[in-house]
Design a protein around this ligand. Structure first.
Ligand code: C5P
Length: 235
C-alpha cells in the first residue's frame, strides 16, 4: 500500500506572536514547513507529500518546495487551506490521488519528528489499525475546570483524571485512507486532532510511542527549543 502525508500548514500561528504564517517562520534559517516536509519524506514509505498552504500563500509555498530538494522518490502537491485545521486537512485529502491507501496527517508545527516515529506509525497502520497516534505520558498533572462563575474569578476544578492513563498525542497520525475519508465526511464538530474523528465513528484508534522531539511549536519559547534541537543534531 502506498503512503502519502498531508501537512496542514494554513494556520496563522497567533500564539507564536506577530509575523508570517507559522509554517513559514524560519528555524535555523529554513522554514518550519520545509523541516516538516523533510521529516515526512525521510521515511522511505512516503512517496507523496500534500502541503495545505495558507490560501494566499500557495505560490510562495510551491516555490519554497522547489527551492529545497526532496528525495527523488517523493512527489509533492500544494493546495489552499481553510478556516479551521479540520477544513484544511479535508482539502488536503480531496487532492489525494486514488492509489494511496495509507495517509499520514502531520502538523507543519511539528517540524522535528524523527523518522523512526513516522515509520512506527506507518507500520502500525500496515498491521491493520485503522488509526494510529504517536503519544507520550504526561509530566504534568491535568485538571478539568469549569468556566468561572463570574468572568475574572478563579476557575473551579471539576476533576483530576488519573495521570497514568493520559497521553499527550502528537503527529504524524496514520490512517487507513477510507476510514479517514469517512470520518471527514461524517464528523462535523471542530476537533483538534484527526484521530478523535475516527473515535467518533466508533473505530479502533491505537497509540504508538511518540518522541519528545515531535513537540508542537506553539509559543515563542518553542522556537528556542526547536533551534537548540537542530543545533544538537548537527553535532
Ligand atoms: O493551531 P494549531 O497549532 O493547532 O495548528 C496545528 C496545525 O494545523 C498547524 O500546522 C497549522 O498550520 C494547521 N492549520 C491549518 N489550517 C487552519 C488552522 C491550522 O492548516 N485553518
Amino acid at each position: 500500500a502506498r503512503t502519502a502525508a498531508v501537512i496542514p500548514a494554513a494556520g496563522r500561528g497567533v500564539r507564536l506572536g506577530p509575523g508570517a504564517p507559522k509554517a513559514l517562520r524560519a528555524l535555523n534559517g529554513t522554514p518550519m514547513l520545509i523541516h516538516a516536509v523533510r521529516a515526512m519524506a525521510a521515511s522511505r514509505a512516503v512517496s507523496l507529500v500534500i502541503v495545505v498552504a495558507p490560501p494566499d500563500g500557495v505560490a510562495e509555498v510551491k516555490s519554497l518546495l522547489d527551492a529545497h530538494a526532496l528525495p527523488e522518490r517523493t512527489d509533492f502537491l500544494v493546495v489552499p487551506g481553510g478556516d479551521t485545521r479540520q477544513e484544511s486537512v479535508k482539502l488536503g485529502l480531496d487532492a489525494l490521488p486514488p492509489d494511496y491507501e495509507i495517509v499520514l496527517v502531520h502538523d507543519a508545527a511539528r517540524p522535528l519528528v524523527p523518522v523512526d516515529t513516522v515509520d512506527a506509525v506507518i507500520e502500525a497502520v500496515r498491521e491493520g489499525a485503522p488509526a494510529v497516534v504517536p503519544a507520550l505520558p504526561l509530566a504534568d498533572t491535568v485538571k478539568e475546570v469549569a468556566p468561572a462563575g463570574t468572568p475574572g474569578e478563579p476557575e473551579p476544578v471539576v476533576a483530576t483524571p488519573e495521570r497514568a492513563r493520559l497521553r499527550a498525542v502528537q503527529t504524524p497520525q496514520g490512517f487507513d485512507r477510507a476510514t479517514l475519508m469517512r470520518a471527514h465526511e461524517t464528523v462535523a464538530d471542530d476537533v483538534t486532532d484527526d484521530a478523535s474523528m475516527v473515535e467518533q465513528l466508533g473505530e479502533r484508534v491505537v497509540v504508538v510511542p511518540g518522541h519528545e522531539e515531535a513537540f508542537k511549536v506553539t509559543r515563542p519559547l518553542d522556537l528556542v527549543l526547536a533551534e537548540a534541537v537542530l543545533a544538537r543534531r548537527r553535532l
